[in-house]
Design a protein around this ligand. Sequence first.
Ligand code: MSP
Length: 652
Amino acid sequence: MSNYVTTPIFYVNAEPHLGHAYTAIAADAYCRFQRLRGHEVRLQTGTDEHGDKIAAAAAAAGITPQAYADRISALFKEMAGPLGIAFDHFIRTTDPAHRRVVQGALARLHDQGDIVLSDYSGLYCRGCERFLTEKELVDGLCPDHRTPPDPLSEQNYFFKMSRYQDWLIDHIRQHPEFITPERYRNEVLSFLSEPLEDLCISRPVSRLTWGIPLPFDQNFVTYVWFDALLNYLSGLGYDPAAGGPAGDVARFWPRAEHVVAKDILKPHAIYWPTMLRALGLAPYWRLHVHGYWNVNDTKMSKSIGNVVRPLELVADYGADAVRYFLLREMSFGLDAAFSQEALEARYNSDLANDLGNLVSRTLAMAQKFTAGAVPEVGEEDGQLDRELVAAVGRLGQEFDLRLADFQFHRALQAVWEVIGLANRYIVVNAPWELAKDQGRRGRLSLVIYNLLETLRHIALALGPVMPETARLMLTALGLGGVDAQGRLGQWGGVLRPGAPVKLTAPLFPRRERHPEETSPPAGPVAAKQASRQEAQAKGQPVADSPGLIDFDYFKRLDLRVATVLAAEPVKKSDRLLKLTVAAPEPRTVVAGLAGHYSPEEVVGRQVIIVANLKPAKLMGIESQGMVLAAKDGDRLLVSAVAGEVAPGVRVS
Ligand code: MSP
């Protein structure tokens, strides 16, 4: 079966921002996932170019609507490449082929009596480009635009949407997958519990000329939503005059899936299925609805002026890090908060620390201990090895289920569980110790093989979300493209013993931003926030009340549980102990615990460390972090968590 996945077509009244990019990245990651599973997929995106808003934006810019649309549409198209969005078709509603489809559909519905002329008086919102009902108003204002609607009285054409209301309710009830997540399905069903009004689908040319003329009345142009929704069919070469689906419509329509945010739920969940029904076509298969990216608790939008430009983020962090952050941070369906600090924190902890370190340590150990090649394994598996293999097997199942359901954040969480496990596997097996013992060479080879094999699965899982990272990882493992490297979760049989493995550059070099650091970070987005961060860097609180720090500032601290593996006194110091801790990777931390704790007393304890403190030399020893402890008069009590946890777990 061939999948057909679409993003909304974006209005060309404003430049692309991160909200638009998110929808397209989610759609793209899902398509890549389906392609890697061997399905044929078509991804369509594009621009919505008619209507009041665009005519007004063009007038403000002093150019024709078409010239304006050309300019902004190109920006949306150009955004795709750098973000790794591999679309198959980019549609514009000013394409002549699309205009013909809209006119054909209008003619057909008019001929069959589904479109009728009628008098209408109502309250018209220019922002929404539609009449609002009294019930929708909040304190007499449009709830979205917070402006009073204009009373208007005019003749218009109406689509008899109400004819299809009962059918739509039945369809939604019988197909739980039709609108997801469930909260949006419930919202639509609740809206449908009241009688539907017919949909006004025309605008008189006296008021608006920038639209597709109605084929049966030249005094009107088409309402922008009726025009826009049809892009999903015109992009497939739909012919409204044909009896039934043919060509690409027959091939792709049964598995059509739309990805949208909650702002355009109603047109997609109500207008569109009823239009399809009236045209004699089956409804689309699924509608995936996500929440808003907010900045400071407000929806990111041009009119509010709080937009983040996706390409600036890509220039700063790279496409894969941006894709990862967006898909990991937002629970699909709910709103999420964007801040550069949150992106920075995920970059450093998830990408540089967890993933980047795992990859570079594993490949460095393969260089050192198995001659830079996949080792031959003869050794029997032990308990730890079986745990790792089982976790990779579970990932194979869980990842597919989650991704098929647009639960990107859950899918990625599952990948990071395996990354965490693999990092602990290194600490517990301590390959550097095995290497000291000739008699344990077999075990060493098995450990390195298992780690390389785990990396292969991690790369396979990351393919849809971080295509370039996956490619680099597979290349480092001596493998080619992500599509020919075995199935996620199926252990073994792909890495060839003796094949060279090598990482040419670290995947996600750490972006150091310690509170002591004074130089502003590089990059266009970072530069904008530099003065705020400079204040933070100097330890100045940036929240409104003196003495308080804001939450984003706190979040920059990487606090981790660390297991003390070894401890020894520091020569010539009666205050310092040199600790080797696992967090989860081994590191040295010099702590002022001597005199309060003997080395034996601290070994085996789990303490809390500041893991992203800039390394500092104490008595000639580099300390890579700081152990937290409570000082109570003369007593010093080292920090702890209330039960045993995996080393490296984050404290927040
Ligand atoms: N042109 C219509 C859609 C027609 S589809 C047949 C439109 N365009 S839009 O440019 O306003 O884009 C809206 C879409 O952009 C949202 O549904 C969502 O996909 C994306 N987003 C815009 N702002 C967003 C956020 N702040 N957060 C998340 N997504 C956002 O509506």
